[in-house]
Every structure is written in C-alpha cells, then in structure tokens.
Design a protein around this ligand. Structure first.
Ligand SMILES: [Zn+2]
Length: 234
C-alpha cells in the first residue's frame, strides 16, 4: 500500500480544485511545496528557483504583509504559483471569537482577491491550530483548511543544510512540505533541495495541483486523509 499523501482538514462545500493546467504524471512521485508567513523580500528569489527547476508552490500569505510586499505579490500572481491565506495577521485563530475569526480570515481572502484578482481556495491555520468554529468559517468562505505532512522546521533550524536534510530525511510520496519564504537559509536550501527532488523523480507542485486529480472533496466536515493509491490514474 502506498504511503499516505498528507493530512488535510476539509471544511468546505464541493470545491473546484481541478484547476491545474500543467501536465502531471500521476505514475511518478509528487509533492506539494508550500510557503507560509510571506510575502517577504525573499519571495522573488523563491519564484526564480521554482521557475528554474520547473516547479510550482502554494504561498500561504499573511494579509497584513501583502501591501508592504506588493511587487512580490504581483510576481506570484503573474506566475503559475498559487496564493492562499494564512490569516490576516498570524493570530492564533482558535483563541478568537467566532465573529473575530470570521473577519480575520475574510479580510485575508478579500486582500488576495483585491490584489491579485484570484479567489483563494485554501487556508492554512497559523500554528496548525483548528477548532469547530474554524471549520464553520472555512465552510462559509469556501476555503479548504490545509495542513502539512513534512515540516522543514526552517523556523527552528538555522542553516540551509539542516532544512535540506530535514525535508529529505522524512520525504514521502504525496507530501505537503512546509517551508517559510521569510528566511534566507530556506531560500539557500531550495537551491539544492529542488534539484535533488527532481533528481529523485519527484514532481514539485502546488496544493491545487496535488489535489487536481483526487476526484473532488466531500462537503462534510471531517478529517481527510488522501491516499495516492486511490487517486484515479490519468
Ligand atoms: Zn505561520
């Protein structure tokens, strides 16, 4: 039995996740690459590296940073990469009232729409914390709550080598890899990590692309564990 792809918390109505335009070979290994907490001054360099190696990623942005790094936001929006929400201000959403939580996430979703014209499909909760209210908020705003399965720990480790080793040591087909485009050591790690993933035969894609062939998502509130062996082959 093939390894699990990733833990996903699903709290949405049926979503149009089948938006991938790039060709994906579902017989080959695949991972989604994600960046939290940006945009930042490092985001353009991340985009350069993604393009250089034919990879894409999902950028879970903080709404209150987007105007400050508007050029970086524009570059992501003009690329094949995906923009999603990481809340407005990295508040621990589960500590907020339902109304404050709703406004926080809605502000970030609206910011993405205003600055890029895109409708965010995904939310990554700060600290990965969720509760019943957050499921309800996501359902109301048509967002899928996306967790991760491979934590680079780049917020904790301090060198590119540690980030590189951390990701590769736990690498599994179908991983959703968590990084942050706010650290220089992460960007430097990508210079060797991306070609190594390619060398190992992996396709490096966005979350939407990873889910583009999963046959849709249930509208019921539930934990969702996607098994690559159940993804229909193209
Ligand atoms: Zn974060």
């Amino acid at each position: 039995m093939k390894k699990w792809i990733a833990w996903l918390l699903v709290c949405c109505m049926w979503l149009p996740v089948c938006t991938a335009e790039r060709e994906i070979d579902w017989s080959k290994p695949i991972v989604a690459l994600t960046f939290d907490d940006g945009p930042s001054e490092y985001t353009p360099r991340v985009l350069e590296l993604l393009e250089q190696y034919g990879c894409t990623a999902t950028f879970f942005m903080l709404g209150n940073r987007m105007s400050h790094y508007s050029d970086a936001v524009r570059l992501v929006a003009e690329s094949e990469n995906e923009i999603a929400s990481h809340s407005w201000d990295h508040a621990n959403l589960v500590t907020l009232s339902y109304q404050d939580m709703l406004e926080n996430v809605l502000m970030s979703k609206n910011k993405i729409k205003t600055m890029t014209g895109r409708d965010a499909q995904f939310l990554r909760a700060p600290y990965g914390m969720n509760n019943k209210d957050l499921f309800t908020v996501c359902g109301k705003l048509d967002l899928v709550l996306v967790h991760w399965s491979n934590d680079s720990m780049d917020w904790d480790v301090k060198t590119p080598e540690e980030v590189y080793e951390r990701v590769l040591n736990q690498l599994q087909n179908g991983d959703i890899i968590l990084c942050h485009d706010t650290y220089e050591h992460t960007v430097i790690a990508l210079e060797t990590l991306l070609p190594e993933l390619i060398n190992r035969g992996y396709q490096v894609v966005s979350v939407a692309e990873l889910l583009s062939n999963c046959g849709g998502i249930s509208n019921r509130l539930r934990y969702f564990k996607l098994d690559l062996s159940k993804v229909p082959q193209q």
